[in-house]
Design a protein around this ligand. Structure first.
Ligand code: HEM
Length: 404
C-alpha cells in the first residue's frame, strides 16, 4: 500500500486485527468519500472528527434521516431498540430530553459511590486467579467485571449476569454483518430474551420501586416530561450494551498495550499514581470504540472535501487519536504522556455519559491486578491476538498472562 492509497474494509479480519496502518493515508489528507456498498465519507483527522461531532445541526446521529425509509424500517424492526428513540441515535430536541432525564443518575458523585462495590467485585475475581496461578485477562476479569457492575446498577440478580453477557456479545457482534445479509437467528433470540426480561422488570419496578437504576428511571421526570415505556426499555438495553462491552475492551486493550510494553508496565507498577494518565493513554492508543456514525443533513465542505447531503460518515475516533497533528509520536504508548483531549469517549452532545464509570472500573481493575500480582506478564509477547467480530467495538477474544 502506498502512502496515499486508502484501504478500508471493516469486514476483512486482517483489517480488523490491526486497522491502524490503514488510518495513516486517511490522516495525511482531507476526508475521502469511498463506496462501501453505499457512499461513505471517512473522517479521520482530529480536526475533522471534532468538527463533525460538534456540529449536530449538520451531522445527524439519527440514521433515519439519511437511510431510505423501507431499509430503515427493516433495520428498526430488527434492531435491539425496535424503533424507539435512544440518546445515541437521536438529535435535539429528542436527544436533549432523553439525556436530561437520565443524566442525574450518571453524575461523577453517583459513580464515586459505587467505588467500594467495584473494588469488592474485583477482589473476588482476583482471588480466583490467585488460586489458579495464571489468568486470561478477558475471561477472568475484563468480561465479568463490567457486566456485573452495570447489571447490579440495574438491579439484575447475579444468576442472570452470565446470560446477559452472552446475549450482549451476540447483539454487539452483529454490527459487522455484511450489508444485505440476514442477521442470524441467535441475534433475534438474544434481543427478544433481553427485552422480554427487562419489560417484566420495568413492570415490577412500577408496582414496587426499589433503590436500583431501573426504579430511578421509571420515576424519572422533568418539567412534566417522563420516559415512555418504549424509550425506557430501549435505554436499559442501550446501557447494558454500551456499558459493558466497551469497558471490557478498555481493560483488555489496555492490558495488551501494557503487556507489549514491559517498560510501561513496570513504570505503572512502581508509580501507581500514574494510573489516571495511564487510563487516558490506553483510551487514546487503542480505544474500545474505533468509530461512530453520522449522516450529513446538507452539503458540507469538510476539511476541503465536498460531502453531499445524505452521505453517511464513519467518524473514526481511533484514527483521530493517532493524528500526528494533535499528538506527538502518536504510535508510542506512553503512560506518562501529558493528557491532551482524546476523543475515545466522543465529543459534543453525545459524548459518553458513562465515561466516569468506565474510567473508575478500568483504574480499579488494572490497578488492583498490578498491585496483587506485580509480576504479571504476557504469556507470549509475540502472540497474534484474535479480535471479536466487530470493527466498531474493538476487543480481544483472549489475553493469556502469567502471574509469576
Ligand atoms: C471505556 C468505555 C467506554 C467507551 C470507550 C465509550 C465510548 C462512547 C462513545 C465514543 C460515545 C459517543 C458515541 C457517538 O457520539 O456516536 C458514547 C456514548 C454513550 N455511552 Fe459510552 N463508552 C464507554 C463506556 C460506557 C459506559 C460504562 C456506559 C454506561 C454505563 C456508557 C453509556 C453511553 C451512552 C448512554 C452513550 C450515549 C450518549 C449520548 O448519545 O448522549 N458508555 N460512549
Amino acid at each position: 500500500m502506498t502512502t496515499d492509497q486508502v484501504y478500508f474494509n471493516p469486514w476483512d479480519p486482517e483489517f480488523r486485527a490491526n486497522p491502524y496502518p490503514y488510518y495513516a493515508p486517511l490522516l495525511a489528507g482531507p476526508p475521502r468519500v469511498i463506496n462501501l456498498t453505499t457512499k461513505i465519507a471517512l473522517v479521520a483527522r482530529y480536526c475533522d472528527v471534532t468538527e463533525v461531532l460538534r456540529d449536530s445541526a449538520r451531522f445527524s446521529a439519527d440514521r433515519g434521516k439519511i437511510i431510505p425509509a423501507p431499509q430503515m424500517e427493516q433495520m428498526r424492526n430488527q434492531g435491539p431498540f425496535k424503533g424507539a428513540p435512544t440518546m445515541l441515535t437521536s438529535d435535539p430536541p429528542v436527544h436533549t430530553r432523553l439525556r436530561r432525564l437520565v443524566s442525574r443518575d450518571f453524575t461523577p458523585k453517583r459513580i464515586r459511590e459505587m467505588e467500594p462495590r467495584i473494588r469488592e467485585i474485583t477482589a473476588r475475581l482476583l482471588d480466583v486467579m490467585q488460586s489458579k496461578g495464571e489468568l486470561d485477562v478477558m475471561t477472568d476479569l475484563a468480561n465479568p467485571l463490567p457486566v456485573m457492575v452495570i447489571a447490579e446498577m440495574l438491579g439484575v440478580p447475579p444468576e442472570r449476569h452470565e446470560t446477559f453477557k452472552h446475549e450482549s456479545d451476540i447483539i454487539v457482534s452483529s454490527d459487522n454483518t455484511t450489508p444485505g445479509s440476514l442477521l442470524p437467528a441467535s441475534f433475534h433470540q438474544a434481543v427478544d430474551s433481553m427485552r422480554g426480561y427487562f419489560s417484566e422488570q420495568i413492570e415490577q419496578r412500577r408496582r414496587n420501586p426499589g433503590s436500583d437504576l431501573i426504579s430511578a428511571l421509571v420515576t424519572a421526570h422533568d418539567e412534566g416530561e417522563s420516559l415512555s415505556a418504549d424509550e425506557l426499555l430501549a435505554f436499559v438495553v442501550l446501557l447494558l450494551l454500551a456499558g459493558n462491552e466497551t469497558t471490557t475492551n478498555l481493560i483488555g486493550n489496555g492490558m495488551l498495550a501494557l503487556g507489549r510494553n514491559p517498560d510501561q508496565l513496570e513504570l505503572l507498577g512502581h508509580l501507581p499514581e500514574l494510573m489516571p494518565r495511564a487510563i487516558e493513554e490506553m483510551l487514546r492508543y487503542d480505544g474500545p470504540v474505533q468509530a461512530t456514525f453520522r449522516g450529513a443533513l446538507e452539503n458540507v465542505n469538510l476539511g476541503g472535501t465536498e460531502i453531499e447531503a445524505g452521505t453517511g460518515c464513519f467518524v473514526i475516533l481511533a484514527a483521530a487519536n493517532r493524528d500526528p497533528a494533535q499528538f506527538a509520536l502518536p504510535e508510542k504508548f506512553d503512560i506518562a504522556r501529558e493528557p491532551k483531549d482524546h476523543v475515545a469517549f466522543g465529543e459534543g452532545i453525545h459524548s459518553c455519559i458513562g465515561a466516569p464509570l468506565a474510567r473508575l472500573e478500568g483504574a480499579i481493575a488494572i490497578g488492583e491486578l498490578l498491585r496483587r500480582f506485580p509480576r504479571v506478564r504476557m504469556k507470549d509477547r509475540d502472540m497474534k491476538p484474535s479480535y471479536k467480530g466487530s470493527f466498531f467495538l474493538r476487543g480481544l477474544v483472549r489475553l493469556p498472562m502469567t502471574l509469576q
